[in-house]
Design a protein around this ligand. Structure first.
Ligand code: FAD
Length: 495
């Protein structure tokens, strides 16, 4: 299937859909970031080839290249809206494939501060394999996109002229067979995920490695599927139980998906791993801060054993600040930055990057506009920063989590305490406007300055009747503006 390829030439003509400007782009990796990048590239490139190491299933199913697909995935509103622009009606596809229709159902949000219930507006519950399948099917229907499955990118092709290195394609090894073939391209996009070999490839090309920030989160998921009996199908919708990091108490998720199943997860960070032993799983659910998850599970039938997933560290590669960058190379998704997954940001960040790539392609006059790749990576940096910073601030509450990087400790501790005040007002004080703001910033819909900008901090503290708290936090003679400028990242750099 789709394997008519030989030394950079595709067999068969690709039909021209709109008005491509460039010849061929290759995307390494056919998971969510790669699919979204390919879709956007297909507006401007005559051919887009996705190289995927796995043989791809022809239905929603788990596959080895995305081991995280056994675990619940959710999208932020930002990601959903970008997917809707790229693939209008994609949520109808989900529902047609049996996704759980959450509209009108109650969501339970339980934290150490309060237990809230909200009715869902429009939303769908589905497994990660179904989500990827629905998007992949749309992408594979694009006339200019070819997916070469069972093809592993092993290195980049380059040429050097006048001291400038240009990436001219990819060396590829087929799953079955050992021959390495060369595939020519005008642009190569690395979307090969958290184990990307790009740092090594860049070093081999003489560019050195990117600087990194590392969050040693030592986090783990233990997830299990359950069958929901017919009479309970509409009784329970999503349940999110937030743990208490200060007491090393984990979090729990229950979420109905397709085929009358529910997926559940128990999560902890800081090296306290939830059990994967089936006999201990429901006991661990009962030990969360609220018994609701355990009470629900007691009424359901487990399907298979719990599966674990450990993430020792989350990593942000600062490609955007490398002193030099090859012509014709980009990188997107988890290859740049992978997050603590409990905050559900990875796909939405990848979608925002793909949307930004689309804008950049509209702007560049030709594929060789000097430096457009590095400038685009800098724009990706402003998308990534709020999400990255959010997980660093949140995960450093867990004992056993460490961080290596330039973010100010004082700024992080300030924001943790400030967020405690804001959450108390929102959740215990029932301030739903503030709760909405918190959710929008965490959900990447609003920039962090809406919550952490100088004006916002002042007015929110007054609203929480905690204006005086600032006096203890700031040093003598230090103004809030100066403190924030020195200790919080520049989320909104002047463009
Ligand atoms: C437990 C867990 C739960 C998560 N939950 C959420 C969530 O709720 N919400 C959310 O938004 N995100 C979540 N994520 C993150 C999310 O899965 C990723 O952000 C998302 O898949 C985008 O990643 P990606 O496409 O960049 O890379 P990946 O999904 O890692 O995919 C990389 C792809 O590249 C292929 N590949 C790798 N190397 C090569 C090569 N050399 N040649 C060819 N192909 C190659 C792989 O086979 C794979 O298909 C979760 C992650 C984990 C670990």
């Amino acid at each position: 299937m789709n394997e008519g390829i030989h030394f950079g030439r595709l067999e068969g003509e690709l039909s021209a859909a709109s008005s491509p400007v460039f010849s061929r782009a290759i995307v390494i990796g056919g998971s969510m970031a790669g699919l979204l990048a390919a879709k956007v590239l297909s507006d401007r490139y005559n051919e887009v080839i996705i190289l995927e190491r796995d043989e791809l299933p022809d239905r929603p199913a788990n596959r080895p290249g995305t081991p995280q697909d056994h675990h619940p995935h959710r999208l932020q509103d930002l990601g959903k809206s970008i997917l809707e622009k790229l693939f209008p009606g994609w949520t109808q596809d989900l529902l047609a494939e049996g996704a759980y229709d959450r509209e009108g159902k109650e969501m339970h949000l339980i934290s150490p501060l309060a237990a809230l219930q909200f009715p869902y507006e429009k939303d769908e519950g589905c497994s990660r394999p179904l989500l990827e399948w629905v998007i992949r099917r749309r992408v594979m229907a694009e006339p200019r996109i070819r997916v070469l499955q069972g093809h592993e990118a092993v290195s980049l092709r380059t040429k050097t002229a006048e001291d400038k290195v240009t990436v001219t394609g990819v060396r590829v090894k087929k799953h079955r067979g050992s021959d390495v073939e060369e595939l020519q391209a005008d642009l190569v996009v690395d979307a090969s995920g958290r184990y990307s070999r790009l740092p090594t490839w860049l070093e081999e090309m003489g560019f050195g490695k990117p600087e990194t920030e590392i969050l040693h989160a030592r986090l783990a998921y233990s997830s299990r599927y359950y069958r929901i009996p017919e009479h309970l199908q509409n009784k329970y919708s999503t349940v999110l139980i937030d743990g208490d990091p200060s007491l090393a108490e984990g979090s729990g998720v229950f979420s109905p998906i397709e085929d009358g199943l529910a997926e559940t997860t128990i999560y902890r960070a800081g090296g306290h791993y939830p059990p994967v032993d089936p006999d201990k799983y429901e006991q661990a659910a009962a030990e969360l801060i609220n018994p609701l998850l355990a009470e629900i599970l007691a009424q359901l039938e487990p399907v298979g054993n719990p599966r674990g997933f450990r993430v020792p560290e989350c990593r942000l590669n600062h490609y955007e600040s490398m002193p030099a960058w090859p012509i014709g190379l980009l990188v997107i998704g988890d290859s740049i930055c992978n997050f603590d997954p409990i905050y559900g940001q990875g796909i939405s960040v990848a979608a925002a990057e793909a949307a930004e790539l689309g804008k950049a392609l509209e702007e560049v006059g030709s594929a060789t506009d000097a430096g457009w790749e590095l400038k685009l990576l800098q724009r990706f940096g402003t998308i990534i920063l709020p999400a990255w910073w959010t997980i660093v601030v949140a995960d450093l509450r867990w004992p056993g989590v460490n961080y290596e990087g330039p973010l100010s400790r004082r700024g992080i501790e300030f924001c943790q305490k400030y967020l405690d005040i804001v959450r108390k007002q929102a959740l215990q004080g029932g301030d739903m406007e503030l709760f909405g703001l918190l959710m929008s910033v965490q959900g990447l819909d609003k920039r962090p300055s809406a919550l952490f900008g100088e004006e916002a901090v002042r007015s929110i503290l007054i609203r929480c009747k905690q204006a005086v708290w600032l006096e203890d936090e700031l040093e003598a003679g230090e103004t809030l503006g100066v403190f924030l400028e020195r200790n919080l990242p520049a989320f909104d750099p002047a463009s």
